[in-house]
Ligand binder design. Structure first.
Ligand SMILES: *Cc1c(COP(=O)(O)O)cnc(C)c1O
Length: 379
């Protein structure tokens, strides 16, 4: 019997595992007649705040809008500079541009791939207003260092936690050392609804109130205080997320288990494996290896029915869609640029079986062995 393909995402399997509970939650919303800013959203926001250990959370339409609305609520706009990384999904910088501010890119740390905190201070100017670290691949950025720099220079800190829900640092939590945390619930994230969704978690009640207003046309109690956006998290999505939130920690544990299998199975290859600093709890949104033969490995795996993807093959500052008409400041980014050429994300989701993980390891090893044989012939 031919072996079945190993895809990159597990969300359909996840749905099947939770089908009865999810179907019921959705049907209850349909019968309730409350679809927008209804009771499911209120309950989800409370439960998410408890989970994040922040005073409040506000559900919005997407992770991108979570970032944009935080930037606007903090008063960032034209002339303001925001320091971030180019080694991330496009939306991190996009939201800075959409707010009218200027992204300033600093390089990533060669081991963690997160923003290199030792490069931040050199990028600060009198126009700098905020730092946006990204918890890339599910590994928390060096928040104590970022927070120290922010405090010394009177800057806001906004965590892009689209990939990092449930992660922890060494004796610090996400949300503890920043002004706001931005989450994404697009289906492929570690906590995903059936479409787009996002949230802001914060300990600043004033900031939360401002975002509540901005997500709903600048409106409070039927009068409009400012222009705003239409960016609410629908009750159907909130109801689904309530079912899934209860499982996030268990799923993160399974992701770490799979990562250990990969770590052990691939220890003797020339590839670079993911690094976790001591005391950190990675949630492996992605399991990313580096290989100088990345494209060949990816094609080989695909020929064996295994889908591996690249995050991200083109750094933001090298994207065709980089809006050169808008201001941006790009430092020297060698680590980011090298990563883009070598990164490969292996299948990583809680529904993967150990047998499937074993097959991925076996095929990576087969490719490595045939490549080594070829290079011996060439000598
Ligand atoms: C997914 C993602 C976003 C955007 O979230 P959406 O919900 O898709 O808008 C922002 N930043 C990072 C790092 C992401 O991975």
């Amino acid at each position: 019997m031919p072996e079945s393909n190993i895809g990159f995402y597990g969300h359909v399997k996840q749905y099947h595992n939770l089908k009865a509970e999810i179907d019921q939650a959705i049907l209850d919303v349909l019968e309730s007649g409350s679809y927008v800013l209804g009771p499911q959203l209120v309950k989800f926001e409370e439960e998410l705040a408890r989970y994040m250990k922040t005073k409040e959370t506000v559900g919005v339409n997407s992770g991108t809008d979570a970032l944009l609305l935080v930037f606007l609520a903090l008063g960032l706009g034209p002339g303001d500079e925001v320091i971030t990384t180019s080694n991330t999904f496009f939306a991190t910088a996009e939201a800075i541009w959409l707010a009218g501010a200027t992204p300033v890119f600093v390089d990533s740390d060669p081991r963690t791939r997160n923003i290199d905190a030792s490069k931040i201070e050199a990028a600060i100017t009198p126009k700098t207003r905020a730092i946006v670290p990204v918890h890339l691949y599910g590994l928390t950025a060096d928040m104590p260092a970022v927070a120290r720099i922010a405090k010394a220079n009177n800057l806001f800190v906004v965590e892009d936690c689209a990939q990092g829900i449930g992660a922890r640092g060494d004796r610090f939590a996400i949300g503890e050392l920043s002004d706001a945390v931005c989450l994404s619930f697009i289906i492929q994230k570690n906590l995903g609804c059936f479409g787009d969704g996002g949230a802001v978690a914060t300990n600043h009640k004033g900031l939360a109130a401002e975002i509540r207003k901005l997500r709903n046309h600048g409106s409070m109690k039927r009068s409009h205080h400012s222009i705003g956006y239409n960016s609410r998290l629908d009750d159907i999505h909130a109801a689904v997320l309530r079912v899934k939130l209860k499982r996030v920690d268990e799923w993160s544990e399974r992701r770490r288990e799979i990562a250990r299998l990969y770590d052990q199975g691939l220890a003797n290859t020339p590839m670079t494996l993911p690094f976790t600093p001591p005391g950190y709890e990675h949630v492996y949104h992605l399991y990313v290896v580096d290989s100088d033969g990345r494209d060949g490995l990816q094609a080989y795996l695909q020929s064996k029915g295994i889908t591996a993807l690249t995050h991200y093959p083109i750094a933001i500052h090298q994207q065709e869609g980089f809006p050169w008409g808008r201001p941006a400041r790009v430092g020297s980014l060698p680590v980011t640029e090298e990563s883009a050429a070598s990164v490969l994300s292996l299948p990583m989701y809680p529904e993967l079986t150990n047998e499937e993980v074993g097959r991925v390891i076996e095929e990576v090893m087969n490719w490595t062995a045939s490549r080594e044989a070829l290079s011996r012939q060439a000598v």
